[in-house]
Each structure stands twice: as structure tokens, then as C-alpha cells.
Write a protein that binds this ligand. Structure first.
Ligand SMILES: Cc1cc2nc3c(=O)[nH]c(=O)nc-3n(C[C@H](O)[C@H](O)[C@H](O)COP(=O)(O)OP(=O)(O)OC[C@H]3O[C@@H](n4cnc5c(N)ncnc54)[C@H](O)[C@@H]3O)c2cc1C
Ligand code: SF4
Length: 472
């Protein structure tokens, strides 16, 4: 373990943010890394618990106490090696993961978990800086051809693992650039996109062949693609947004979050925006409906665009400030979470149901709302109006899109509309077709997508070769 008495002697210290007044002027990342010494100190706080709950808390089962110890002893290169043995893209998770590992850390019983995510990010950033993270091409070639459809974290992880196992991997993406929601959903201020390009370069050098700008099932017949390959992995994400079909929904200025956010990411990435109607928050009163990550990203983006005001409303009651550890630890607790975007100037309101969008000349001007009790029933006499020139619907995602790829293939779907496949074989109802990530499990997290991509690669390799050395 790090330092035996580290957790007693050293206080938890985490990365800070640049001041809100500065960071809202640009779209760059604003997290200030800890110094090397401070990171080593934080790693020294790890207690190397007999049962490291953080392992289970982390969906890719990162070997956290091991690399904490390596960082404490300044063996950063071995730490980077260890980290990559379980996680293909720690530079993504080290920035955007909500860190369920930290919720599961034993020191979280006292609200001072090890700063695991920060240490993870420091290890991989150092690894790239030192030039330790290089392409790992294999000389072994199996002669098998695999198509991976969808280039989000699930598709990227599956493609990288399968190429390293010696297969010829073709990664298909309907957008102009690869990366999935990492590229077009998550704003640059949370994760800059050169990080994706750097990994894609590594994957290209390992033999992955990219096909961007091809919507499989629309531009290319999905059944022919299956016929032309030895295996196909579906990793198309969960793109169908939850709608709010109430009076006034048709008014101009009411948009899905994922119509708004990708436009800004494309602007930052100097990509063309294929619309005559740019959605911009500048000079507008913005209301974001939905309290999750997507909603929070809409806030940060609206504020950077120069919104007059940003209000976020959520139908669920306000969660408690602090969880009851006896009931929740080491699981992920429901509690009030304040993101960097919230701190930048949004007003938040909970237990609010929107009844109607009101407008003038076809454009939204406001929301008619009512407060609801803990059973989500309207409270009589609690109606109120909210001013809004732009409404962003960020209420989550229902399922993958069925039109195109999935209908074209005729693959079985579960009751929620996700592709049916278990988490051992990842095999769909169709021969040699596999599924992983949000397309299989429904809307989730980057780290779960990486896990599923890795595990699906293991399953595909075993299916094709009869055995596999790829880790699960
Ligand atoms: C705004 C927003 C913010 C988020 N923030 C976070 C966060 O901070 N932390 C976190 O952990 N998670 C976050 N998430 C969730 C996370 O991004 C997803 O869970 C994760 O990206 C899912 O990975 P995936 O590879 O399964 O799918 P995706 O990332 O959705 O990638 C699927 C890809 O498949 C492509 N595709 C689909 N169909 C086809 C087809 N027929 N042909 C070709 N290509 C196709 C899509 O264009 C897309 O690029 C956020 C999600 C959103 C929407
Ligand atoms: S990937 Fe997420 S859960 Fe796993 S160690 Fe990193 S921050 Fe923690």
C-alpha cells in the first residue's frame, strides 16, 4: 500500500476549477491538475483495504489500490501500464466519469474518499506526456473481418481490443468524425476533443480502419454488411430522446438538448452545422427541463453563449444534501450534486411539472408549471409561470433509434426497445451479430460503455477463434 499512515496524516485534496468568471469566456477545459507531489500525497491516502470496494464500484474494475501504490512510489510508467490493463481510455474517464469508485471507497464513510479519478487522470496524462502510451500493433493476423457500428466509447473499446487480437476491424460512424457522445454530446469544456483524436491515431496505427459519414442501414445495407464480415458489433448508442408531448410543444424555440449541444461542439471543432436554424442561447431566457448530466451540459453551454438567465427544472423532489451512509455505502447514493455548470450561474428548482409551453407568433415565450408532491401529484394552487425564449428538453433517452440499422437487420429488442444480448456472450438474436454499450443496456455512462466494448470484444474473439486471451 501507499503510506501506512497516509490516510491519517494527509487531508483529501482534489483538483480545482478556474474561477467561473474566467472559464465561462471559453470552451476549453478548466480543471487545474494537482502537482506531482500533491498527487503522490493523495495516492498515499489509499488504505489498500482487504476488500477494495472501489474495484467493484468501478465498472471497468480498475486496480485502484495497485496504481495508487505505484504513484506513491513514483513508478508512473508501471501505473500507466496497470491502468491500461483494465481501461482503454482513462483520459476520458479521468475527466468525465462520475467516479462511482469514490462513492465505494472505504474513506468515503467519512466523506473523504481517495481522489481516485484525479489520480487516474494524472497517470494517463503523464503517460502520454512521457511518450509511454504508444500503438500496440500485433503481428498475429487471424484473417477474420469484423465491422463495429458506432464509434462512441463502446465501439472504440471493442474495435481497439479486437484489432489487438489480430482481427481486421472496420469501425463505422454516421457522423463526420468519430467519438460518439464523447465528441458531439459532452461539451469541450468537460473534455477537449483532441483527446479523442489522439486515441484514434493510436487505433489507426494498430490497424483499425475507419469509415466515417456512413449511416449503416441507410447509406449501406446492414444485411450485406453482416454477410461481408465474420462478425458485426452493434454499438450505436441510445439516441432516441424522451419527449414532453404537452400543449405548445410545437412552438419554435423548444428543442431537444441533443439538437442544441452538438451544434456548439461542431462550432468549436470548426465543423459545418447542417441547419439553417442555429440554436443559440445568446440574449435569451433559457429553461432546461431535466436535472441530469445532459441538462447540466446545456446550462454550461447556454451560459458560455451569453444567455440572459438559465433555469433548470426537475420533476423529482430535491435530493438530500447528504446521504445516509449506513443505507447506501458502497453503492452510488442519491444526493444533491452540484456540477461546475450549476456553479456558473443557473437557478435550480425541484418538484416542478411543466403543463404547457406558451408562446407568441409561433415562438415559445414561457412555461406554465405546477409544483408536485413526493408522489409527483400536482399541488393545487401552486401553478406558476416561467419566462423562456429557449427551452431545452434534457429528460434522458428512451432507447436506440429503431429506424435504419435495427429495422434493417430485424434484430430482437427488449421491452424498453434496447437490443437484446446478455453480458456474457453479448450475442444478439442474429447469428454473428453482437451488441454493447448504450444500444444494449440503455442510456448509461462512458465507463460502462468501455466495459461493455471490452467484454463484447472478448466474446467476439472467443466466438471466432474458439478461445481468447482478451481480458473481460
Ligand atoms: C450530453 C451528454 C452528456 C453526457 N455526459 C456524460 C458524462 O459526463 N460522463 C459519463 O460517463 N457519461 C456521460 N454521458 C453518457 C455517455 O456519453 C454515454 O453513456 C456513452 O457515450 C455511451 O457510449 P456508446 O458507445 O454506447 O454510445 P454513443 O457514445 O452514443 O456512440 C454511438 C455512436 O454510434 C453512431 N451510430 C448510431 N447508429 C449508427 C449507424 N446506423 N451507422 C453508423 N453509426 C451509427 C452514433 O452516431 C454515435 O456516434 C453523457 C451523455 C450525453 C447525451
Ligand atoms: S473509471 Fe470511473 S469508476 Fe473507474 S476508477 Fe476511474 S473514475 Fe473511478
Amino acid at each position: 500500500m501507499g503510506k501506512v499512515t497516509g490516510f491519517l496524516e494527509i487531508d483529501r485534496r482534489d483538483r480545482r476549477y478556474a474561477p467561473a468568471s474566467d472559464r465561462i469566456r471559453h470552451y476549453r477545459e478548466f480543471v487545474i491538475p494537482l502537482s506531482e507531489e500533491a498527487t503522490k500525497d493523495q495516492a498515499a491516502r489509499c488504505m489498500n483495504c482487504g476488500i477494495p470496494y472501489c474495484h467493484n464500484g468501478c465498472p471497468v474494475n480498475n486496480q485502484i489500490p495497485d496504481w495508487n501504490d505505484l504513484v506513491y512510489h513514483a513508478d508512473w510508467q508501471e501505473a500507466a501500464l496497470n491502468l491500461h490493463s483494465t481501461n482503454n481510455f482513462p483520459e476520458f474517464t479521468g475527466r468525465v466519469c462520475p467516479a462511482p469508485c469514490e462513492a465505494a471507497c472505504t474513506l468515503n464513510l467519512n466523506d473523504v474518499p481517495v481522489t481516485i479519478k484525479t489520480i487516474e487522470c494524472a497517470i494517463v496524462d503523464r503517460g502520454f506526456k512521457e511518450g509511454w502510451i504508444k500503438p500496440e500493433p500485433t503481428s498475429k493476423k487471424t484473417g477474420k473481418r469484423i465491422a463495429v457500428i458506432g464509434s462512441g466509447p463502446a465501439g472504440m473499446a471493442a474495435a481497439q481490443q479486437l484489432a489487438r487480437a489480430g482481427h481486421e476491424v472496420h469501425l463505422y460512424e454516421k457522423n463526420a468524425k468519430l467519438g460518439g457522445l464523447l465528441r458531439y454530446g459532452i461539451p469541450d469544456f468537460k473534455m477537449e476533443k483532441h483527446l479523442i483524436d489522439r486515441r484514434l491515431k493510436q487505433m489507426e496505427a494498430e490497424g483499425v480502419i475507419f469509415h466515417a459519414g456512413i449511416n449503416v442501414g441507410v447509406d449501406l445495407d446492414a444485411k450485406s454488411l453482416v454477410a461481408d464480415h465474420d462478425a458485426v458489433v452493434l454499438a450505436g448508442g441510445a439516441e432516441k430522446p424522451r419527449d414532453l408531448p404537452i400543449p405548445g410543444r410545437e412552438l419554435g424555440g423548444v428543442h431537444f438538448a441533443m439538437d442544441f449541444l452538438p451544434q456548439q461542439n461542431r462550432r468549436v471543432g470548426k465543423e459545418k452545422i447542417h441547419t439553417n436554424e442555429p440554436i443559440l442561447a445568446s440574449g435569451k431566457h433559457v429553461v432546461v427541463i431535466g436535472g441530469g448530466d445532459t441538462g447540466s451540459d446545456c446550462i454550461g453551454t447556454s451560459i458560455r453563449q451569453g444567455a440572459l438567465s438559465v433555469t433548470q427544472i426537475e420533476i423529482m423532489p430535491q435530493p438530500p444534501e447528504k446521504e445516509n451512509k449506513q443505507l447506501t455505502w458502497p453503492d452510488w447514493p442519491l444526493k444533491m450534486r452540484t456540477s461546475s455548470s450549476h456553479e456558473e450561474g443557473a437557478v435550480r428548482d425541484f418538484g416542478v411539472l411543466t403543463r404547457e409551453f406558451t408562446g407568441k407568433d409561433g415562438m415559445v415565450r414561457g412555461l406554465h408549471c405546477v409544483r408536485v408532491d413526493h408522489k409527483l401529484q400536482p399541488i393545487e394552487g401552486s401553478d406558476f409561470e416561467l419566462k423562456a425564449d429557449l427551452v431545452l428538453l434534457a429528460m434522458g433517452f428512451v432507447s436506440p433509434l429503431h429506424e435504419g440499422l435495427l429495422h434493417n437487420l430485424g434484430v430482437n429488442l427488449d421491452q424498453r426497445g434496447n437490443v437484446v444480448a446478455d453480458t456474457v456472450h453479448y450475442q444478439t438474436s442474429l447469428d454473428k451479430v453482437f451488441a454493447c454499450g448504450d444500444m444494449r443496456r440503455g442510456q448509461s455512462l462512458v465507463v460502462w460503455a468501455i466495459r461493455e466494448g471490452r467484454q463484447a470484444a472478448h466474446a467476439v474473439d472467443a466466438y471466432l477463434m474458439g478461445e481468447t486471451a482478451l481480458p473481460r
